[in-house]
Design a protein around this ligand. Structure first.
Ligand code: ZN
Length: 172
């Protein structure tokens, strides 16, 4: 949820929809002491994605910062990624292991791109995957729905809603 994805070069009005839901989910996770980990696009000019998407979310630029509405909290972890998957060369896997995490809740943009590649890597590494469908989105409705379907069918992701997840966390 870097500024370039929501308000900048890769902006899409659909991204707005998820912000309030993500905000509530983040607050609940922090309240319940669940680790919150941001893995944000932080590109170098030599990254392969530049040829496909043009420069976006470039390291050191304001546009690569997480949007103000979802700013990382003091106890949250922040990692940088340079391609679609949040796991690829980011140190996320050892961090999750250190935190004794067995389930990941994937949120953010986009359902059929970064979320999908992140889910693939989570699946390969044996993590259970939960995706609140109102906390992820894609550039079009079709891509979003197909993305959700793929996550469910191929990686066994549990597709839920942020409200349901919060209810489940609060009841424990
Ligand atoms: Zn990127």
């Amino acid at each position: 949820m870097s500024k370039d994805f929501v308000y900048g070069k890769l902006k899409n009005d659909r991204a707005q929809r998820v912000i309030p839901n993500m905000k509530k989910l983040l607050e609940s996770a922090r309240e319940k002491s669940k680790p919150v980990i941001y893995v944000t696009d932080t590109h170098l000019p030599t990254d392969r994605e530049m040829a496909l998407w043009g420069e976006h979310s470039m390291k050191g630029k304001e546009e690569a910062q997480v949007i103000d509405e979802l700013k990382p909290g003091k106890k949250d972890y922040t990692l940088e990624k340079r391609t679609y998957s949040a796991f690829y060369e980011t140190g996320l896997d050892p961090l999750l292991r250190d935190l004794k995490v067995d389930t990941v809740v994937i949120t953010g943009l986009h359902t059929n791109i970064c979320d999908r590649h992140t889910a693939a890597d989570a699946f390969f590494r044996g993590y259970k995957i939960i995706v609140p469908e109102d906390c992820v989105d894609a550039l079009t409705e079709k891509e979003h729905l197909e993305g959700l379907d793929y996550l469910k069918r191929i990686y066994g992701a549990e597709i839920t809603k942020s409200k349901e997840l919060i209810k489940k966390w609060e009841s424990k």
